[in-house]
Design a protein around this ligand. Structure first.
Ligand SMILES: *Cc1c(COP(=O)(O)O)cnc(C)c1O
Length: 473
């Protein structure tokens, strides 16, 4: 690299030859601030067990602490960092807390946090090959590792997105490119973001079928077959089936081989939403998620069960080139950076995108797949243990048995309101966070136990706190 000879004309306006110091900081000061951030993060992780699993402030209090008039002069970065840590980041659900069992916990691992920090500090970007060949390579590599470890079709191509909501809709847009418009089949347990996404992408509301599930809360192949036949009888075309590998409510896994057979017969696209349950399929016996080699597209959220900080989701599509056919654009201003490898900006609707691969690649490489499987199996075993604790308590009854990390249960003789009140009381107390869900009109308590740091004592304490709160009503 050599600097060019400088022309002497035109005259440089006053001051313009001096770079602005806005982004500058003394390296030692940055080092000290960086160490403070590291220390504060370690303190967070080390003291989680003694702090509430969720903290929620009021809008007034939080705005008083964090708002104020539009800043017109500098303020101390130390004070700003402390406000971020102590107030903004404190007042949230702590998905990494060992007794956070609500919705889906988010225990993150140290390689993932470090990979994310480094990629942020080095302004990691993964949009085009010319604009990020190294970052594109780690994305290709980690998507390939996980695809092969889960037994997805070997030719599948992937892309990382912000979460299951966007990844599922990216899959459905690709499916539409391949099979065209027509009826899309969901079940009453399909994640609500999928219907929202379908409507946003212009799917006709009267061509979305929400199939009723049975007591097992699975999509029944016979129901799907009948619904497709009824649609064909009135001149409609079945196009896409969305099955779920681990529902958010109960962890139920749809019968993928049977649903795939129906899709093959009818030419429909099989999309499988494994946003929650997907990582369970890493285990050699797949934890009941069989048939992944049959899918046309598949989604899995590492920010749920692969120990990643938010946000990251994986999408794989089994038709090579389809993501590119759906999303590629070739504007004149990208002509010099496209081609040569993979342009990830041409595999979804995101062009400028952080290199989400850094944290996931470092995690998989650091631990190796067997250790990740052990941590996932622990979450599955904890839900099975919770089921035993519930069964041993005469005040409670199991509603759906432990299924890949989720168990639901109810208080005998308790109303829906009793359940909502009990979960709110235990959560407000701060000891644990648990919530209710509704299964075919029945309100139940639900625990999702995927944090490897959760102990059996945490499970016993939470179940008995919930049972006590139910009884106190
Ligand atoms: C969480 C979840 C989603 C949505 O994923 P986000 O990452 O929250 O956007 C979709 N499907 C299932 C089954 C989920 O559990």
């Amino acid at each position: 690299m050599s600097a060019p000879d400088l022309p002497t004309n035109p005259v440089v306006p006053d001051g313009l030859d001096v770079p602005a110091d806005l982004l500058d900081i003394d390296p030692e000061q940055l080092r000290a601030l960086g160490y403070w951030v590291v220390d504060r993060t370690i303190e967070h992780l080390a003291t989680l067990n003694d702090r509430p699993a969720i903290s929620t402030g009021t809008l007034d209090d939080l705005t008083a602490a964090l708002g104020g008039p539009v800043p017109q002069s500098p303020t101390s970065v130390d004070e700003g960092l402390r406000l971020l840590a102590d107030i903004a980041l404190e007042n949230q659900q702590h998905g990494d807390h060992p007794r956070y069992f609500a919705r889906v916990p988010a225990p993150s691992s140290y390689p993932a946090i470090l990979g994310e920090w480094l990629a942020t500090g080095m302004q990691g970007v993964s949009s085009s090959w010319g604009g990020g060949s190294g970052t594109a390579t780690i994305e290709l590599v980690v998507l390939g590792w996980l695809r092969d470890a889960m037994g997805l079709p070997a030719q599948s191509e992937g892309v990382l997105l912000s979460g299951g909501s966007l990844a599922n809709i990216t899959a459905l847009l690709a499916a539409r490119t391949e099979v065209g418009n027509g009826v899309v089949y969901l079940s009453d347990q399909t994640h609500s973001s999928i219907k929202r996404g379908l409507l946003a992408m212009g799917q006709a509301p009267d061509e979305i079928r929400v199939l009723p599930t049975g007591d097992d809360l699975r999509m029944h192949p016979a129901t799907l077959r009948d619904a497709m036949a009824a649609d064909r009888a009135v001149g409609l075309t079945p196009r896409v089936v969305v099955a779920t590998a681990g529902t958010t409510n109960t962890g139920a896994v749809d019968d993928l081989p049977a649903i795939s057979a129906i899709c093959r017969e009818t030419g429909a696209w099989l999309h499988v939403d494994g946003a929650y349950g997907g990582p369970a399929a890493l285990a050699p016996d797949r934890n009941g998620i069989v048939g992944l080699e049959l899918v046309d597209s598949f989604v899995m959220d590492p920010h749920k069960w692969l120990f990643q900080p938010y946000d990251i989701a994986c999408l794989w599509v089994s038709t090579p080139g389809l993501l590119y056919r759906t999303f590629a654009m070739h504007p004149e201003y990208l002509a010099d950076v496209q081609g040569g490898g993979v342009d990830f900006g041409n595999r979804s609707l995101e062009l400028s995108r952080r290199t989400r691969a850094a944290k996931l690649w470092l995690t998989v490489r650091t631990y190796g797949i067997p250790a990740l499987i052990d941590a996932i199996q622990r979450g599955i075993a904890l839900a099975e243990y919770a089921q035993q604790v519930i069964e041993a308590d005469s005040r409670l009854e199991i509603v759906t048995p432990a299924q890949i990390g989720i168990v639901t249960f109810a208080g005998r003789g308790c109303s829906a309101d009793d359940h909502w009140r009990a979960s709110a009381e235990v959560t407000a107390d701060g000891y644990a966070a648990a919530t209710c869900t509704v299964l075919h009109d029945r309100t139940v308590l639900r625990l999702c136990t995927i944090n490897p740091r959760t102990t059996t004592e945490d499970i016993r304490g939470t179940v008995s706190a919930l049972a006590d709160a139910l009884g106190a009503g």
